[in-house]
Design a protein around this ligand. Structure first.
Ligand code: HXC
Length: 509
């Protein structure tokens, strides 16, 4: 009986982490504890803990006197809507959630299990970084975690929740995961903190400005989404997991759906304005195509000229990439190319079919773009589409000009179904620009230029020249787009593509 009691007593002590005072301090910052976060993340009563009694082995600086059970991180596995996931959650109440040799070993153990058993890894980060008393043993622990992030990449989805400090080299574990969610005002990520920045560059900046949720979702694109509090962020991770396969050998999940596959959307026939220079909201199209209008957007706050995210069609997950005419007229630029390329590669790695909605007048011109390497960054998106072997369905709604036409999942990059609306214009460039070049001799004669422009429009401002050449498979009615793309994806469920052997590609980075 005594041993049973001892187990309970030890468990109780471990569950208290750094004690009531530090838990209260955690709560007073608006943060949940490591265990409360896991409780919210996983299905009720599904959490199975590993290594609850692991304690550090450090004997320097009097550390042997305090050896709290669990060593600052809670690890284990459980389910999200019945599906297996592995999780680690750093406990800031225990030595600031700092990473010791044993803390790192606990994380590595569940990462190894996740890779072996094919289930996502969800990391909840809330840590003062390397356990200062342990020195290089702590750095080694990080290194072991980093290697597993690399090994797991493309094998199982990896999701990071940033719910407290994440500084120095510690940022590189989340940086290598597939999605990073941050909490506004209580989390930050930076390689060097405000004090070092001040010393080295004389810049005065707060932790929030330097590496808060707003900075990383709007400016740096390090993070994919920012939320008001822990509860909201965790709820969104549960939603995201529902879209994803558990590993790279499994098809994306299929859920019951309550929407009509043949749903006709008459309003889409007038979505594209008559004036080709007028914007319209591409999100409206995405919502009208998706099952139950549900669009899970990724990187909503960054490079808004391109939209990325997940929808379901007939209950199956589909990744969407779409130009947004409301921002920069839907031009591709460096940020948009990088954002979309990473998303396309995620989808391809995890066998998620890709729907591409195209209204793109070209690449954004300018010295800032060229000097910053738009050639290389634009090539990322081209490369990503070209290497992707998942089912690819493309719908051109309006403009598909120049190189950007080819990049946006064209037939030439192994697009499976390439549809165009009757409002499409597939050309090297817009009619005005084309006329100015072809008919330079008539530049001084506005009447002639107007006629040439009209001729060019008549010839190319439609999808039929492309359709005649077979680079568009079919011109479709906007109102029947949902039905057409659902049927297209359904026909591609058994798609298989052979590619020549290579160790790996050399995507322009
Ligand atoms: C050991 C640490 C710690 C650390 C915090 N603590 N960080 N213990 N190693 N890295 C302990 C504190 O001593 C304290 O213990 C408790 O955690 C809470 O810390 P506070 O300072 O009271 O909390 P707060 O005021 O909220 O400040 C949080 C903080 C600050 C900003 C993170 O603690 C801090 O600056 N810590 C040091 C950060 C750091 O320099 N880390 C190394 C970065 S380099 P008690 O007993 O009082 O509760 C790095 C490299 C990784 O991480 C490289 C990977 C390759």
């Amino acid at each position: 009986m005594d041993v049973l009691q001892e187990l309970e007593t030890r468990r109780e002590a471990a569950r208290m982490g750094g004690g009531a005072k530090r838990i209260a301090a955690q709560h007073s910052k608006g943060k949940l504890t490591a265990r409360e976060r896991i409780e919210l993340l996983l299905d009720a009563d599904s959490f199975e803990e590993f290594d609850m009694f692991v304690a550090h082995r450090c004997t320097d600086f009097g550390m042997e006197k305090e050896r709290p059970a669990g060593d600052g991180v809670v690890t284990g596995w459980g389910t999200i809507n019945g599906r297996l996931v592995y999780v680690f959650s750093q406990d800031f109440t225990v030595m600031g959630g700092s990473v010791s040799e044993t803390h790192g070993q606990k994380i590595c153990k569940i990462m190894d299990m996740a890779i072996q058993n094919g289930a996502p890894i969800i990391g909840i980060n809330d840590s003062g970084g390397a356990r200062i008393q342990e020195g290089v043993a702590s750095l080694a622990a990080y290194g072991e975690v980093f290697q597993r992030n690399v090994t797991a990449s493309g094998v199982v989805p990896q999701i990071s929740l940033i719910m407290g400090p994440t500084a120095g080299g510690a940022v590189y574990s989340p940086a290598m995961t597939d999605f990073i969610f941050m909490v506004k005002d209580s989390s930050y990520m930076f390689v060097t903190g405000p004090d070092v920045v001040k010393t080295v560059t004389n810049e005065q900046v707060t932790a929030e400005e330097l590496g808060g949720a707003s900075t990383h979702t709007k400016k740096s694109s390090v993070a994919d989404a920012a939320f008001e509090n822990d509860v909201e962020a965790i709820a969104e991770v549960r939603r995201l997991i529902d879209f994803l396969p558990l590993h790279n050998r499994e098809k994306p999940p299929v859920r019951p759906f309550f929407d009509d596959v043949n749903r006709i959307e008459e309003s889409l026939d007038t979505l594209v304005p008559d004036n080709p220079n007028m914007p319209y909201d591409m999100k409206e199209l995405i919502h009208k195509l998706a099952d139950e209008g549900d669009f899970y957007e990724i990187q909503e706050e960054f490079a808004k000229n391109i939209l990325t995210g997940f929808i379901r069609l007939e209950g199956s997950t589909v990744g969407v990439v779409a130009n947004q005419p409301m921002v920069l007229a839907g031009c591709l630029d460096i940020d948009a190319s990088r954002k979309a390329a990473r998303f396309v590669r995620f989808c391809d790695a995890f066998d998620i079919p890709i729907l591409t909605l195209v209204d793109v007048p070209g690449f954004l011109p300018g010295t800032s773009q060229e000097y910053a390497g738009v050639i290389k960054h634009g090539a990322k998106l081209l490369f990503a589409y070209g290497e992707a072997t998942v089912p690819k369905v493309t719908v051109i709604t309006r403009k598909a000009y120049g190189g950007a036409y080819v990049v946006m999942s064209s037939k030439h990059l192994r697009g499976d179904f390439n549809y165009a609306w009757p409002t499409s214009e597939i050309a090297v460039m817009g009619a005005k620009g084309a006329t100015e070049i072809i008919h330079r001799a008539d530049a001084g004669d506005p009447e002639k230029i107007a006629k040439h422009t009209k001729d060019y429009e008549d010839r190319f401002a439609n999808p039929f020249v492309a359709a005649e050449k077979g680079v568009i498979d079919e011109v479709i009615m906007p109102h029947s787009t949902r039905k057409r793309i659902c049927r297209a994806f359904a026909s591609l469920r058994t798609k298989k593509v052979q590619t020549p052997w290579k160790k790996h590609d050399n995507i322009p980075l």
